[in-house]
Ligand binder design. Structure first.
Ligand SMILES: C[S@@+](CC[C@H](N)C(=O)[O-])C[C@H]1O[C@@H](n2cnc3c(N)ncnc32)[C@H](O)[C@@H]1O
Length: 487
């Protein structure tokens, strides 16, 4: 079944491969009489594997397809949370693939109700959570004692801050919680990676998340023994990041021990990392040198800006780098009018040009006063790329350049030398730490939020690592890059 791009985004319509659906149902259903629920059943491909089943589906056409495919099933064409708030049905088994709708699109009454029901079920779902989080929690509340549920879940259950209350909730309500991480993509057309969740024994509790690792779904089979047993306390010590436990015990142990080794700091202890400014109209606020000249904009109102990470050289932004951009007439001159008392007539003419009249209608400009004064324009000591292939670039700022939010702005603190941090950045410990503290974005990319960058371990005090430890750090980095499908 092919969902349009628009309905994919709006309703999270991604359809599960048949063999995955069959496996999840076979695990969840134990007896012929078990009643199976799929809370977002799509075209009914989970329900098709068990005679006694109920499916909920918001999309009319999908609900029709599901009923056609599984005539014996009860299909409700309705919104799941609305249905869940009043149903008295309880189920022995649940299997499905909840919609993955990011919080920006998971809005309005449905989200409000989802958060309320999750709260009632015992889990506080944060406002930045994608829809799958409340689907899991609310669905669990519809199980009979000792019931079980099997779901396809986004791999971000292994790192997103909003996923940690969900995992805690599951452990407080089920006797066994197992996550199956699968390296190959379950959904080749999607950038997000997907894992599987098996939660058994509703009404029980556990202090352990069982984690099983597989290269591909073809090699997946349910075995009694998980690859790792992650205690909730070690998961909490690891910043509630299950992803770290993809590493073998010995590799993770070296990483964890490195954090307390003399000479190793977190980046956040020696530098502040934040986002650059948001102009609200990059094309308008950044001029080419030739345009600035044509409009007669005085040099004192212009700053040289890093607009994208591609612009960054390998080591440092120097005077020569900037001269190169200027001689090539690159659009890197930011019109910085904060605090300007009386604007020259040339600038007024630029602001009142057709482009200027258009840009001021945008959200950012409308919500600041005056509309053309961009806040948070600062000169950082270094720039950090936040979306990278191999590794985030750490580039010194030897000039007065500023940066947009397409790169992070880093400023050293406590008198720490920026060069020292930069030198440490090339250490294999940093490579591994970026993999473990950042997160995969799909398509092989690694993303690093400012708070994640602050957690990166940097060996600034020349700590000693033996050759075999260095080898382990490198192996572990390669292993983690494999998990984000970086070639
Ligand atoms: C990820 S798809 C999964 C469909 C099917 N279970 C499968 O795996 O092939 C999620 C489904 O949830 C439906 N959906 C989205 N929001 C919903 C809601 N609030 N209530 C019920 N269904 C919803 C979508 O229309 C879509 O068919």
């Amino acid at each position: 079944m092919i969902a349009s791009r628009e309905s994919r985004k709006r309703l999270g319509q991604v359809f599960t491969p048949e063999d995955v659906a069959r496996t999840l149902v076979r695990w969840a259903v134990r007896r012929k009489t078990d009643h199976l629920l799929d809370p977002s059943c799509g075209d009914g491909r989970f329900l098709a594997h068990h005679a006694v089943s109920t499916g909920i589906e918001l999309d009319r056409e999908n609900a029709r397809l599901a009923q056609e495919r599984v005539p014996g099933a009860t299909i409700h064409h309705t919104e799941f949370f609305t249905w869940a708030s009043s149903t008295t049905c309880r189920f022995e088994a649940v299997a499905g693939n909840p919609p993955f709708i990011r919080y920006q699109h998971f809005a309005g009454r449905t989200r409000q109700l989802a958060i309320e029901l999750a709260q009632r079920a015992g889990s506080t779902i944060n406002g930045l959570a994608s829809s799958w989080a409340s689907f899991l929690v609310v669905t669990a509340g519809l199980l009979k004692p000792d019931g079980r549920m099997a779901f396809v879940v986004p791999a971000e259950i292994g790192h997103a801050p909003y996923a940690s209350p969900v995992l805690s909730f599951l452990c407080s309500r089920f006797r066994q919680v197992r996550i199956v991480a699968i390296r190959e993509k379950l959904f080749p057309d999607l950038s997000e990676d997907a894992w599987l969740l098996f939660a058994d024994g509703f009404g029980g509790r556990t202090d352990v998340v069982e984690l099983s690792l597989f290269d591909g779904f073809a090699s997946f089979e349910w075995t009694g023994r998980p690859t790792r047993r992650v205690s909730l306390s070690s998961w909490r010590d690891a910043g509630c990041r299950l992803r770290k436990f993809l590493l073998s015990d010995s590799h993770l142990a070296l990483y964890e021990a490195s954090a307390s080794r003399a000479g190793v700091s977190r980046l956040g202890e020696v530098a502040n990392t934040g986002i650059g400014y948001v102009s609200g109209g990059n094309e308008f606020f950044h001029l080419r040198p030739s345009e600035a000249k044509r409009y007669g904009i005085p040099g004192r109102l212009l700053r040289i800006a890093i607009r994208r990470s591609r612009q960054l050289p390998a080591d440092c932004v120097s005077r020569q780098t900037v001269e190169g951009w200027i001689s090539q007439d690159e659009p890197v001159m930011l019109l910085d009018l904060r605090g300007a008392q009386k604007l020259p007539s040339t600038v007024m003419a630029y602001l009142n040009s057709e482009r200027g009249r258009e840009v001021r209608k945008g959200y950012k400009c409308r919500n600041r006063d005056p509309w053309y004064a961009i806040p948070d324009v600062r000169v950082p000591d270094a720039f950090l790329s936040y979306m990278s292939g191999r590794k985030p670039a750490f580039v010194r700022n030897d000039t007065e350049c500023v940066c947009t939010n397409s790169v992070h702005a880093v400023s050293s603190k406590n008198g720490m030398s920026l060069r020292t941090i930069q030198q440490a950045w090339s250490h294999p410990l940093v490579d591994l730490s970026c993999e473990l503290e950042g997160h995969p974005l799909g398509g092989g990319m690694l993303k690093m939020e400012p708070r994640e960058a602050s957690n990166v371990l940097v060996p600034i005090g020349n700590p000693h690592f033996t050759p075999s430890e260095i080898r382990i750090l490198k192996e572990a980095t390669a292993e983690m890059r494999g998990w984000r499908n970086y070639d």
